[in-house]
Design a protein around this ligand. Sequence first.
Ligand code: ADP
Ligand SMILES: CSC[C@H]1O[C@H](OP(=O)(O)O)[C@H](O)[C@@H]1O
Length: 401
Amino acid sequence: MGNYHTLTQAEAVEYARGIEGVFPAGAQLKSRKIGDGNLNHVFHISDPASGRGLILKQALPYVKVVGESVPLTLDRVRIESEALRIQGELCPDLTPKVYAYKPDLALMVMEDLSDHIIMRRGLMERGRYPLFAGHIGSFLARTLFFTSDLAMDLQEKKQRVKAFINPELCNITEDLIFDAPYKKSRMNIFEPHIRDAVERIWADTELHLEVALLREIFLTKAQALLHGDLHTDNIFIKLDSTKVIDPEFAYYGPMGFDIGTVIANLLLNYSGQEGWSTDAQERTDYRRYLLDTVRDLWTQFELRFRELWNGHAADRMAKTRGYQDLYVARLLQDTIGFAGAKMVSRVHGFIHVADIDHIEDAAARERAQRIALEIGAALIKRNRSARSIEEVLEIALKAVN
Ligand SMILES: Nc1ncnc2c1ncn2[C@@H]1O[C@H](COP(=O)(O)OP(=O)(O)O)[C@@H](O)[C@H]1O
Ligand SMILES: CSC[C@H]1O[C@H](OP(=O)(O)O)[C@H](O)[C@@H]1O
């Protein structure tokens, strides 16, 4: 990485200009730094005259939201660009095109998706996306199935596991999702009004056992190449299109972690509805939409995953009678547990979600935080006995009634 330095805006513009076939010769390019991610520098380079744009993403050698005191590997750009390449081959319509990857600068250049909006914002504005469940169900089914032992040559899969060893980013997840939220820690950030609920979580040994088991699955189950961070800030959306970005946390892990992360973020928005409308009917309607999306997402995922299994499984053992049903049943359980763990961590952990934190009214914000903690903890406790996605909906409904 001898050549590495953080790009200036002017360098970003010149680098973008060099990408062939995007900007007309002599274009007056503009550069804007996008600051909403936690880890990296992102430049939006655009030509107002032609309406064309590009995104340059450069990793910093440390965690941006914390600062230089917490170093972080630049290798994450290799992981991200390689994961995007694989996901792009499997789901070309659901991923951004990658135009260049420059390892010496820890830099990636990709398609500008500014005609979409970040899904978290879309949900906070109570947008409805009828194609989303099918799109994300398909993304999950294809990326998880085709990178698993079910579909790959077993030796090639092991090589993939090796290429995607991502210890430093996995360590962030291990600490922030599976550890700090369950103990008194400097990594936890929360408002005093929910201290009683947080202390109950710190003292809940039944919950801790389930989290320890989920953490073990996260640490050891090299089932498929995960996106690794599939929250709604990493999904761009518009009515007829869904794009998944930012797989820098990609590694070989349990499929349920990706599915659970999407569900958790829908349910965090569900909890946040407490603050977004004073009209009870409006809240109920939007919550209904979110729960329908949770159900549809799982149903669409399961349908496609089973179709892929029946049509494309390469592993001889995959045809063993009863195996598919047990595999999918355990996958649902993992999904539900991980969804709960993600929810809990985003309420009083180090990183929160705008769906809840941006609620202005303190009493409504507190209600939303308590709802999210209640749903999250209940999902974690239910994980090993869950049989149906309907149980998630029942838990979510109970928390607001
Ligand atoms: N392909 C893209 N098109 C348009 N905007 C993008 C694109 N990729 C990232 N962004 C913008 O940059 C922000 C940060 O990008 P992200 O990849 O999530 O960075 P980080 O890894 O630091 O979280 C996104 O929230 C979005 O606003
Ligand atoms: C200290 S990083 C915390 C948090 O940030 C990542 O999100 P993103 O890269 O999409 O901004 C990831 O969710 C980590 O848990």
